[in-house]
Design a protein around this ligand. Structure first.
Ligand code: ADP
Length: 175
């Protein structure tokens, strides 16, 4: 049985992430979405919320499960018996970032292969940060995220104080 891990911050899950998850689920017997609990960038949603949002998005995918994890991604992959780690590639700058991660991971766990899937043409420039920024500015994001994620974003932004809203502005455009 082949198991792959698709790790990321997923703050929140977008249609780009979902496209990668759907295609990876067709390649492996079991796909685990690993939601990194404490990424080194500010997050809008708690790890529990990020897990719930991704779980809802893949509830009809029979061979996909969603879990939070902490610590080294390769250690989590080993604990779950994953032979591969899946990542998505968008713009050219992703290649540099992803190759660094892949090389580091393969030095730590040579038995785990990194498999990069190319973006879908519709989602080339889609990132979770872009979605958050657009939502904050009141733009329509229905074509970028599943409907429940759009509602969660609206609700989250409604609850934020002006200071917290400003903090989102600081969230890096690249994620
Ligand atoms: P991380 O903090 O690990 O980069 P992200 O949640 O931002 O986590 O992204 C997880 C993975 O999904 C990364 O490999 C990223 O390149 C990929 N990804 C993000 N958006 C898209 C998209 N629109 N199309 C394809 N892959 C994407």
């Amino acid at each position: 049985m082949t198991t792959a891990l698709f790790p990321g911050s997923f703050d929140p899950v977008t249609n780009g992430h979902l496209d990668i998850a759907r295609r990876a689920a067709a390649l492996f017997d079991h796909l685990i979405i690993g939601v990194y609990a404490d990424p080194n960038k500010p997050v809008l949603f708690s790890v529990e919320e990020r897990v719930d949002l991704f779980s809802e998005a893949v509830k009809d995918f029979p061979n996909v499960s969603v879990e939070a994890y902490e610590g080294l991604t390769v250690e989590f992959a080993r604990r779950r018996g994953a032979q591969a780690m899946v990542r998505g590639l968008r713009v050219i700058s992703d290649f540099e970032h992803e190759s660094q991660i892949a090389l580091t991971n393969s030095s730590l766990a040579p038995e785990i292969e990194t498999v990069c899937l190319m973006y879908h043409a519709d989602y080339q420039f889609l990132s979770a940060s872009l979605v958050k920024e657009l939502a904050k500015l009141g733009a329509d994001i229905q074509h970028l995220v599943p409907p429940h994620v759009a509602s969660a974003l609206r609700e989250k932004l409604r609850q934020l104080s002006p200071e917290e809203r400003e903090r989102i502005r600081m969230i890096s455009i690249r994620d």
